[in-house]
Design a protein around this ligand. Structure first.
Ligand code: 13P
Ligand code: SF4
Length: 350
């Protein structure tokens, strides 16, 4: 039963004491997040992994790329555990290193790529892609610092190759006033990414054709429907949503920004929130002085975040308490070294 799982996990955690730190992403289920020592967005959790060096074990309740980032940023004697190895991210899977290498090579036939193009990778990506950025002078970003990272990149090179999320890149550049004709989309399955040489030469932002399957479900019509019902209500969404949704919303930002903003809003206000369902349901439950709604009428749940459940967490914790490390996340040393360079550049601008 769920009470039994809760009790057993709490018991294993007690037995491990200061040796373990449980990190939980804002999208995690209630039954998991209630055991977390810290919860937050990708940036906050990365910072915690980097700073809290005293605990030898990090149990990461989130998705694979987040656990990899924790392994890259944590001290070498720390061990990162992901309770379910199948907790991936469909967006991260939309850019493979072979495709990015090929894109870089193609750009290199058109431009002096190393001097003119800054690779900027969203943390929702495999460690090897972060390593690619580190090696080519580039940087990583999260939804909380994309603007600072884009500014940093343009201050150094004329163009940015932004991957794998087309929407975070476009929404950030829209807010910075970049004209549309200076943004192109790179489709890895098309020759030249589906662009003419002239368009590539003119572009200041090359956006990889990748998206989040959860956030793509939010539509502008959902905002229209909410506004009809609540003309004074506010709409807040994650920047992984399509630009038509972000442009219509009142505010956009990372999961942590969304939680802080709605929590701090005056009592009695109405909010439609466009991000993962677990997060919105918790806001709804905790902020009883406000009217909180899920932006879409259809369920938008991140299936891979959802894989981490009470049973997987209990299994990982009980094994650890018995001295067995299960689901150890290990980024190979060579990738780790370069990926850390890209992540450190991000940390210094955010
Ligand atoms: P945050 O960094 O805003 O928490 O976003 C992570 C994520 O995967 C959103 O889909
Ligand atoms: Fe990946 Fe989207 Fe899930 Fe975030 S919500 S982890 S981007 S699939």
């Amino acid at each position: 039963s769920s009470e039994e799982l809760f009790r057993r996990t709490a018991e294993a955690k007690r037995a491990l004491g200061d040796r373990v730190m449980i990190l939980g992403h804002n999208y995690q289920r209630d039954e998991v997040i209630e055991h977390a020592d810290f919860r937050g967005d990708s940036l906050l959790l990365s910072k915690l992994a980097a700073e809290r060096s005293e605990r030898p074990y990090i149990v990461f309740c989130g998705v694979h790329f987040m656990a990899e980032t924790a392994d890259i940023l944590s001290r070498s004697q720390q061990t990162v555990i992901l309770p379910d190895m199948a907790a991936g991210c469909s967006m991260a899977d939309m850019a493979a290193i072979e495709q990015v290498d090929q894109c870089w090579e193609t750009l290199g036939r058109i431009l002096p790529v190393e001097e003119t193009v800054m690779p900027a990778v969203y943390v929702n990506s495999a460690a090897v892609l972060k390593a690619f950025c580190g090696e080519h002078g580039g940087i990583t970003c999260t939804s909380s610092n994309a603007r600072a990272v884009i500014e940093w990149s343009w201050a150094r090179r004329e163009k940015i190759l932004f991957f794998p999320d087309e929407h975070l890149g476009r929404n950030t550049a829209n807010k910075m006033g970049l004209p549309r004709e200076q943004m192109i989309v790179w489709d890895p399955f098309q020759p030249n990414g589906g662009n003419t040489r002239e368009a590539i030469q003119r572009a200041k932002l090359i956006l990889w054709k990748g998206h989040c399957s959860v956030h793509q479900m939010f539509q502008p019509v959902h905002i229209d429907n909410f506004r009809k019902q609540f003309p004074d209500g506010k709409v807040i969404v994650h920047p992984e949503c399509h630009e038509d949704v972000v442009n219509k919303a009142d505010l956009s930002g990372s999961t942590e920004f969304i939680i802080k903003t709605v929590t701090a809003a005056p009592a009695g206000t109405a909010w439609a929130v466009g991000t993962e369902l677990n997060l919105v349901n918790r806001l709804k439950r905790d902020l009883t002085d406000k009217k909180v709604f899920f932006l879409s009428s259809t369920v938008c749940q991140c299936a891979t975040m959802f894989r981490i459940d009470g049973a997987h967490l209990c299994w990982a914790m009980e094994n650890l308490a018995d001295g067995h490390v299960v689901n150890h996340i290990v980024v190979p040393d060579e990738d780790k070294r370069w990926a850390k360079i890209a992540l450190d550049r991000m940390m210094s601008v955010s």
